[in-house]
Design a protein around this ligand. Structure first.
Ligand code: EPU
Length: 313
């Protein structure tokens, strides 16, 4: 059984080498999720493939699909908790899709790997409003689109005119109005690769946009941990509850609770941060499940994960 699996992997590896060489895509082996995610934990991954253009990325996933090679997209890894096992799939890194945004009137076209905070600054300078509240969210545009990132009353989905996705080897634009932009969730399906978007924004005085942007950033700095190894808010706020998840966990006295190298942030209780070289994904998961158990017992609420849990099995 193990032998068959190894044989399959080696056939797969040969195919990946052939495809990436032909398409000119950078391919790396020997990486760990601990290097690829902001929580700095998680096990080995077989391959990291990093296309440089949207067209190259679309061609790449098409070829992987034809060879039935499993892959997952990853941006800056700031909303992912991958377990400590060996992950036998391919990471399609969007980090190199970071060409400078193109401005046309009130529109901006940007690729998935571009930094979201940088885009907030760029659009504010151009006098375009709509995403200034998202300044300081440490992620890529692709990740923000995937989960409809939001903060301080704004969500990226509301300004998306077109999203570019990979379909049958091509870059295809779909209207933002055809996507369901829910709270930290969209109608995009696993297996869909987001390549970029055109945002239609609202003209406003750059000074006023920048002032709102700075306000959002300073509020974030004052209330959330920064510089720490986190994945942002760990759980969603429950839809029907009158208080948010952070306050609920805080009221249970759980700030500072530690399991191995994982700690409930003393600054915001809906953040789990990791510390030290020995921190494991299992520590963060154990702590998260302990929080869920307490909240269920005391409030009868089933907290839903806001971070994505990636399993090696
Ligand atoms: N609070 C506490 N203790 C805590 C945390 C919060 O008492 O440990 C209180 C605050 O003082 C405040 C209230 O709870 O009165 C709400 O807190 P906050 O303003 O921080 O908002 P939140 O609901 O906890 C949400 C988003 C954040 C986003 C902020 C600001 C979710 C799960 N969280 O947090 O998003 O940055 O609003 O808009 O929706 C994320 O998506 O990763 C994230 C961090």
């Amino acid at each position: 059984m193990v032998e068959i699996e190894e044989q399959n992997l080696s056939t797969r590896d040969t195919a990946i080498e052939e495809i990436t060489t032909r398409l000119g895509v950078s391919a790396e082996r020997g990486k760990r999720f601990a290097e690829l995610t902001s929580l700095r934990v998680g096990g080995a991954v077989d391959w990291v493939l990093s296309p440089r253009t949207e067209e190259q990325a679309a061609a790449l996933v098409h070829e992987l699909a034809q060879k039935e090679i499993a892959w997952r997209p990853l941006g800056s890894g700031s909303n992912v908790l991958a377990d400590d096992g060996a992950h036998h799939y391919v990471i399609l890194s969007l980090k190199e899709l970071k060409a400078a945004p193109v401005f046309t009137g009130d529109r901006v076209s940007v690729s998935a790997g571009y930094s979201l905070p940088r885009l907030c600054v760029d659009t504010a300078r151009q006098g375009l409003a709509g995403i200034e509240g998202l300044n300081g969210i440490p992620g890529t545009v692709g990740g923000a689109l995937w989960m409809n990132a939001g903060a301080f009353g704004q969500e990226i989905g509301t300004v998306v005119e077109t999203v570019r996705v990979a379909r049958a080897g091509q870059v295809v634009g779909i209207p933002g109005s055809e996507v369901k932009w829910n709270y930290r969730h969209t109608s995009f399906q696993d297996g869909e690769l987001l390549l970029g978007a055109t945002l239609l924004m609202h003209p406003d005085d750059p000074k006023e946009i920048e002032a709102r942007m700075e306000k959002a950033k300073s509020q974030r700095m004052a209330t959330q941990p920064h510089g720490a190894r986190s994945a942002g808010c760990f759980f969603k706020n429950p839809p029907a509850a009158s208080i948010g998840t952070g306050k609920m966990i805080d009221d249970l006295g759980m700030k500072g609770t530690r399991r191995g190298g994982a700690v409930v942030s003393p600054k915001h209780a809906n953040f789990i941060v990791t510390e030290g070289e020995d921190a494991k994904a299992a520590d963060a998961l154990a702590l998260a499940e302990e929080i869920r158990g307490r909240v269920k017992r005391e409030h009868g609420i089933d907290l839903e994960y806001e971070v994505e849990l990636w399993s090696s099995e």
